[in-house]
Design a protein around this ligand. Structure first.
Ligand SMILES: Cc1cc2nc3c(=O)[nH]c(=O)nc-3n(C[C@H](O)[C@H](O)[C@H](O)COP(=O)(O)OP(=O)(O)OC[C@H]3O[C@@H](n4cnc5c(N)ncnc54)[C@H](O)[C@@H]3O)c2cc1C
Ligand code: FES
Length: 341
């Protein structure tokens, strides 16, 4: 007997694990009871589309062909009232209640690094700028990720937020640069942690990592997007790359242009690298570019041909850079980005 596909907000019990098949492919993976479908896919090394990882962007929206899922966050901003009729659900915030067949818009790189769960103990938090801190955590095992990727912290019941690793992988110490938005749940919870506090984190997530080729690299960060971009720069410095590297970094004020000295040191280690800073509201005495990061990047684009672009930062900044790159005819497969929304 075949059952009709069903979306449910009821707890579907603590029964077993289920098999999820991805329609039109030979991909399948198992989901444990209560486990998020996206997380289960990544633990199995299966790439499904996603972006924010918690329910705001809709990139992970999948169609239920067969079986039953439970929505773990029915009020997620990315869910639309029409989704139920169309049997669409968010893979990042749903679990399986039976074996499933799902349809996704695309599948991706097969060499995905399996995501795993860690416990992270806060070692220290250092003030870098107004409401901006560097957090160092010790994990219960050595981290495995590509520089540029992020982890998803569990910061409270149902409260999942992404933060990009700022350091290099391979040790049990991970580092993040984060901003607090007063009164907002995720960043307030992160900034409320004290040394010794432990929180769960899943990693790695994200597709904004350095592609293995010899093309020059253009790294563009807005605000705390510098967390992901500094990780890429550290990787390039660590491998003594001979690629030309251009780093564009924008913030509202000079005080928010955090890690500037560190960036200058990393850039100086590379044989052919340049750093450009743009500040939207500078104090007198600022000798860099006044304006947005696009004002720094735009004039250089004519000379930056045959390059790969890596971008990270707030959605409005990433969208502005994407619009600029499209306008200049940059091929889409040369742009890798993370929107921090
Ligand atoms: C792939 C990815 C990587 C990320 N990496 C980082 C990182 O390395 N560092 C980092 O700090 N964040 C990062 N973020 C953003 C982070 O996950 C949270 O979205 C952020 O901390 C805000 O969460 P919140 O619950 O405090 O705010 P929410 O309630 O979720 O607010 C939603 C968004 O509204 C905006 N917002 C909220 N309040 C204000 C305000 N007062 N002023 C201006 N804008 C506001 C912010 O852009 C915020 O992201 C990343 C996000 C993604 C998707
Ligand atoms: S809504 Fe699921 S990844 Fe953004």
């Amino acid at each position: 007997m075949s059952s009709l596909p069903e979306l449910s907000t009821d707890d579907c019990g603590d029964i077993a694990s289920y098999e999820v098949r991805v329609a039109g492919t030979d991909l399948s993976f198992r989901v444990s009871s209560g486990e998020r479908i996206l997380a289960a896919a990544r633990r199995a090394g299966v790439w499904l589309p996603f972006e924010c990882g918690w329910g705001s962007c809709s990139t992970c929206k999948a169609t239920l062909v067969e079986g039953q899922v439970e929505l773990l966050y029915p009020d997620a901003p990315a869910l639309d009232p029409r989704d139920e009729r169309r049997r669409r659900f968010l893979a990042c915030q749903s679990t399986a209640c039976s074996d499933l067949t799902i349809k996704v818009p695309r599948t991706g790189p097969t060499e995905e690094r399996p995501t795993r769960d860690y416990r992270a103990e806060l070692l220290n938090a250092e003030d870098l700028g107004p409401d901006i801190r560097r957090f160092r955590f010790r994990l219960d095992a050595a981290s495995q990720y590509r520089p540029g990727q992020h982890g998803i912290f569990g910061l409270g019941p149902g409260l999942r937020r992404c933060y990009s690793m700022a350091g290099l992988p391979g040790t049990d110490c991970v580092e993040f640069i984060a901003k607090c938005y007063p009164g907002r749940p995720g960043s307030t919870a992160l900034f409320g942690l004290s040394a010794g506090d432990r929180v769960p984190i899943e990693l790695p997530y994200g597709d904004m990592w350095l592609r293995a080729n010899h093309r020059d690299a253009v790294l563009t960060a807005g605000g705390t997007g510098i967390s992901a971009i500094i990780a890429l720069l550290r990787q390039l410095a660590d491998t003594n790359t001979t690629r030309r590297v251009h780093v564009f970094y924008g913030a509202n004020t000079e005080a928010e242009l955090v890690c500037w000295d560190e960036l200058q040191t990393l850039v100086a280690q590379l044989p052919s690298a340049r750093l450009y800073g743009a500040v939207a509201r500078p104090a007198s005495g600022w000798s860099g570019i006044t304006g947005f990061v696009t004002d720094a990047l735009g004039p250089q684009l004519a000379t930056l041909t045959d390059v790969d672009h890596y971008l990270a930062g707030p959605p409005v900044m990433v969208d502005a850079v994407l619009a600029l790159l499209r306008e200049r005819g940059t091929p889409l497969d040369r742009i890798h980005f993370d929107r921090f929304g």
